[in-house]
Design a protein around this ligand. Structure first.
Ligand code: IPD
Ligand code: CA
Length: 305
């Protein structure tokens, strides 16, 4: 880790993210071939594959010794090792992309020792770039690229957006992100839908009565919103390392934490596939995690990694 030039790697990732963003914006999803993987809600387009090919080629020329794990070229059994590894989702929020709903991004992470070290997430529709390098803070930059001033005159703000974030209260004060995912039956789906119900239900009926639930349709952008502090929590099971690596790096630098989506484990693995992300706060993180795990109760999500 000490011999890696994280700043230089970060700068390369930002350039690649902007190039990929241009490619995403140039694609008209209604005109491109869309296929499905596991089922009708598990969508992949030509653009997902083309963006991954571009990213992989740029990164392998710049850093030929680093490993690369990307959603579209992942093969079952591939493992993330402690070596420096680029973990990439060419389009996170593909469903939004095909519908033209402007919440999709490219998510570029670097993991070292199987821990997120750099995160670069770019939503080209909003020209909104989220970045972090381990130990050097997290930032959101809006409007730099559309003016042709890459990294220049965009509005750059440190995350969380508040310089004085409020303590985290109980769940009944929280805005929570969850996602439906693309697996819509079986035990995991039963656990998820039960938790959604319990989170929202009134106190009188035994629920946690959260302020509400949001689903951005992109794990990476959910994590960025938690890093920004505009969402308090994000809970999901079923997503993959490429959905969370970059966002996790950004959230950690914004003072947030990621714990296991199932109760009990405060130090989940990057490929653990079930996560609860909590925004930065001067107090209340541990308490709200415990309360959330209480809502999950005896339910357990089980995913192969
Ligand atoms: C998906 C999105 C979605 C999340 C799924 C991911 P994709 O990624 O992040 O929000 O619920 O778990 O697989 O398919 O858009 O890359
Ligand atoms: Ca994807």
């Amino acid at each position: 880790m000490t011999d890696l030039n994280l700043q230089e790697i970060h700068d390369t990732l930002v350039k690649v993210a902007h190039e990929a963003g241009r490619m995403i914006l140039a694609a008209n999803p209604t005109d491109i071939a869309t296929g499905t993987k596991l089922n009708s809600a598990d969508i992949v387009t030509e653009t997902d594959k083309a963006v991954e090919a571009l990213v992989s080629s740029r990164l392998s020329s710049a850093y030929p010794t680093f490993a690369f794990v990307g959603e579209e070229t992942y093969q079952p059994g591939m493992r993330i090792t402690p070596s420096p590894t680029f973990i990439v989702d060419p389009i996170d929020g593909t469903t939004n992309f095909v519908h033209g709903f402007p919440e999709a991004c490219i998510s570029l992470g670097l993991a070292v020792d199987r821990r997120p070290a750099i995160g670069v997430i770019y939503n080209p529709y909003q020209d909104l770039l989220y970045t972090a390098i381990r130990g050097r803070g997290a930032f959101a930059t809006q409007g730099a690229f559309s003016w042709g001033l890459d990294g220049g005159k965009g509005r750059r703000r440190q995350l969380p957006l508040s310089r004085n974030p409020a303590p985290l209260g109980a769940l009944d004060t929280c805005l929570v992100a969850t996602e439906w995912g693309n697996s819509r039956d079986g035990d995991n789906y039963a656990v998820k839908t039960e938790v959604f119900k319990r989170l929202c239900a009134s106190k009188e009926t035994g629920g946690a009565m959260v302020h509400s639930i949001r689903s951005m349709g992109s794990a990476a952008l959910n994590l960025c919103a938690v890093a920004a502090g505009t969402l308090d929590l994000y809970w999901e099971g079923g997503c993959w390392a490429w959905d969370v690596c970059a966002g996790w790096a950004i959230l950690a630098e914004a003072g947030g934490i990621v714990v296991d989506g199932n109760p009990g484990n405060w130090n989940p693995e990057i490929d653990g596939r079930k996560y609860l992300a909590v925004r930065g706060a001067p107090s209340g993180q541990k308490e709200v995690v415990q309360e959330f795990w209480g809502v999950v109760g005896d339910g357990r999500m089980v995913y192969e990694s």
